[in-house]
Design a protein around this ligand. Sequence first.
Ligand SMILES: Cc1cc2nc3c(=O)[nH]c(=O)nc-3n(C[C@H](O)[C@H](O)[C@H](O)COP(=O)(O)OP(=O)(O)OC[C@H]3O[C@@H](n4cnc5c(N)ncnc54)[C@H](O)[C@@H]3O)c2cc1C
Length: 361
Amino acid sequence: MLEARSREYVEQRVRAGVLEQGTVDLLVEMGVGERLQREGLIHEGIELQFAGGRHRIDFPSLTGGRTITVYGQQEVVKDLIAARVETGRPLLFEVEDVRPTDLESDTPAIRFRHQGAETELRCDMVAGCDGYHGVCRDAIPAGVLTEFSRDYPFGWLGILAEARPSNDELIYAYHERGFALHSMRSPSVTRLYLQCRPDENLDEWPDERIWEELDNRLDLPGWKLNQGPIVEKGVTGMRSYVVEPMQFGRLFLAGDAAHIVPPTGAKGLNLAVADVRILAEALTVWFRDGDASRLEGYSAEALRRVWRSEHFSWWMTSMLHRLEGGDDFDMKLQLAQLAYVASSPRAAASLAENYVGLERV
Ligand SMILES: Cc1cc2nc3c(=O)[nH]c(=O)nc-3n(C[C@H](O)[C@H](O)[C@H](O)COP(=O)(O)OP(=O)(O)OC[C@H]3O[C@@H](n4cnc5c(N)ncnc54)[C@H](O)[C@@H]3O)c2cc1C
């Protein structure tokens, strides 16, 4: 296992925080879910806010008892690193100049530098789990991959605040000034987002302006947004992106290396876990029985869930954000869609089952 950053950096990097039921089940099954079960916050629903009201989507009653768990991605990363270190098997941090080669041979290699020494690692298989900006996808020769993408003309300005969450559950708010999300990471840390320009300049957003805008967009009579010191601030771009296939020779792409979703559906981390589950099972069959059929089917199997999640993430994004250049007609359509989801159990069930994660795709 090779990681470009330091252990400290990846253990502190704040990103996603909503784990699907299937992700939690897998982590528990793998023996790395002990702290997650102790500290994770189980949520049985989310709230949609629009047109001056809040509407709860109840997950267990709509999905046969399924829920989500709020547990920071950096906490998952800490648990996985600790488990790996305990096995005594290699996990190298701060590797440099990583170059996957000979991917079509039976012994693909990864060349890299570690602590000043040039090293070559010969492999049976290479799992390219190095994120959107990694090197594995680019190591595949031109013409092999087909790219599908959609850029959105907005981003999310996200903050982490040392403030008690103001609501027990996530609030997705559609507002004429733009989307806002109330989320949390723990009983004392709130995570909040505002729709902004993709290239928003954070210097123009002193803390007071952020709180004012959040107050505006999340406002509801009788409800108050708790404030506290902002300990992190950042802008995330919004993009949908998929490459097909997710394999070349003995290189298998997984997670953001192969696909990106806008964060509105809370799917990025869960999709990465779902890919790795399929890949691990396929590798087990190959190493144990010499049977390559599951590995050959990896890309097609993973892409089925990828595209379901791509659609759900795009749908949530389109329903909840003010569209650049959008007119009143667009707004009325969005409000009609939100009202339908809030009032029809069948429409709500569709959102709920996608949000908690479909068992089969
Ligand atoms: C700022 C931000 C906020 C996000 N918020 C949310 C959210 O709220 N909800 C949600 O669902 N998703 C969110 N996401 C998406 C989610 O975090 C990703 O989908 C998820 O991290 C994907 O996991 P991954 O393991 O595929 O990639 P990553 O988590 O990116 O991991 C890839 C790893 O590979 C390492 N690496 C890169 N290049 C190399 C190299 N050459 N050699 C060795 N190692 C390398 C990187 O350092 C990194 O540690 C967010 C993403 C970002 C960037």
